[in-house]
Design a protein around this ligand. Structure first.
Ligand code: TXA
Ligand code: MG
Length: 310
């Protein structure tokens, strides 16, 4: 990873001119722009081909910068102290006099906020006078980007700059929790919800597949590699790519390991790259071995389930 101030300076220069750029986070790459500027935020929606009513996450350096735009509460403070910066996004009530562009929220009264941990992104945010709206850096409904090369593959020359921060450490999006009301999980993600439950010391609701969609990550077609995908498979069909998590005796060309030792964190980190690779190799369908339903394995299963709706 190239960590030098001159890259951060470049990123800053483009953002100050209201361009969108690619940014690294510990979860997935983001497509970032000034969250206070209508014209900059609109570019994100156009580039991603994202429906205008699907709100964006805003990234802040710290709690002080957040307080200009949102009301905080006790549950937020407890979670913030324990898990931020990190892979958790909070839905909070927006202040009436906040400077957040109405295009970020689609005129909603709440705002999704996150404090990323990646050292480059954190450093960049610290140097800016505004927070950054940044959805995952992929065309709407497609697989997220986990390295600079993926972002380039998604947007080509349509974006001016990608701040290269290497491969994302977690590789799967943040966990989203709504704190405007009774704490409710809206999206499974990089932070295990059992840890959230323990910290809040209360029951939390899980609403990841509501009838009325609140977030796009709840949509049934999402995180799609663009070809059919089947889950919990013991034996793939001929010509089908087979994603595995445990080392097998035989070695076939269509075997793709996201881990060889049933390591779920490793599997999460490698999942999106693997889906992208298989698609680029020209396979027409994907089979996936059973992924254990524990820890971040629940999030992997959630993403595969949605990808399988293609
Ligand atoms: O890890 C992540 O969260 C990455 C990195 C770049 O931070 N970002 C990300 O953003 O995954 P995106 O836009 O792909 O997903 C954000 C989700 C969407 O499903 C959106 O509908 C939901 O957050 N969301 C945003 N604002 C919301 C709000 N006010 N209420 C409910 N859901 C909201
Ligand atoms: Mg996304």
């Amino acid at each position: 990873m190239k960590f030098n101030q001159s890259n951060i300076k470049k990123a800053k220069k483009y953002l100050n001119k209201n361009y969108c750029i690619g940014v690294p986070t510990e979860t997935v790459y983001g497509l970032a722009a000034n969250a206070y500027k209508d014209s900059a935020v609109k570019k994100i929606f156009n580039l991603k081909k994202r429906p205008k009513n699907n709100p964006l996450i805003v990234h802040y350096h710290d709690i002080d910068s957040l307080k200009r735009d949102c009301f905080i509460n006790d549950n937020f403070t407890k979670l913030y102290k324990k898990f931020s910066p990190g892979p958790i996004t909070y839905i909070l009530q927006l202040k009436k006099d906040s400077k957040i562009s109405k295009y970020v929220t689609g005129n909603k009264k709440s705002l999704a906020v996150r404090f990323p941990k990646h050292v480059l992104f954190k450093n960049l945010l610290k140097q800016l006078e505004y927070p950054l709206a940044a959805p995952s850096a992929n065309i709407s409904t497609k697989v997220s980007s986990v390295k600079a090369k993926d972002v380039k593959e998604e947007f080509g020359n349509k974006i001016k700059y990608i701040l290269d921060g290497g491969v994302c450490a977690i590789g799967i999006e943040s966990t989203i929790i709504n704190l405007t009301n009774k704490p409710t999980i809206l999206r499974l993600g990089g932070l295990d919800i059992s840890k959230i439950r323990k910290t809040l010391g209360c029951k939390i609701d899980i609403n990841i597949n509501p009838r009325k969609k609140i977030t796009s990550g709840q949509s049934h077609l999402h995180y799609s590699p663009g070809i059919p995908l089947r889950m919990n498979i013991l034996k793939p069909k001929n010509n089908e790519a087979f994603i595995l998590i445990k080392k097998k005796k035989n070695k076939l060309n269509n075997y793709f390991y996201i881990s060889t030792k049933n390591d779920l964190n490793e599997a999460a980190k490698n999942l999106y790259s693997c889906l992208r690779k298989i698609k680029n190799l020209g396979y027409k369908s994907i089979a996936v071995e059973k992924i254990p339903f524990r820890g971040i394995g629940k999030t992997i299963n959630d993403r595969l389930e949605r990808a399988s709706k293609f």
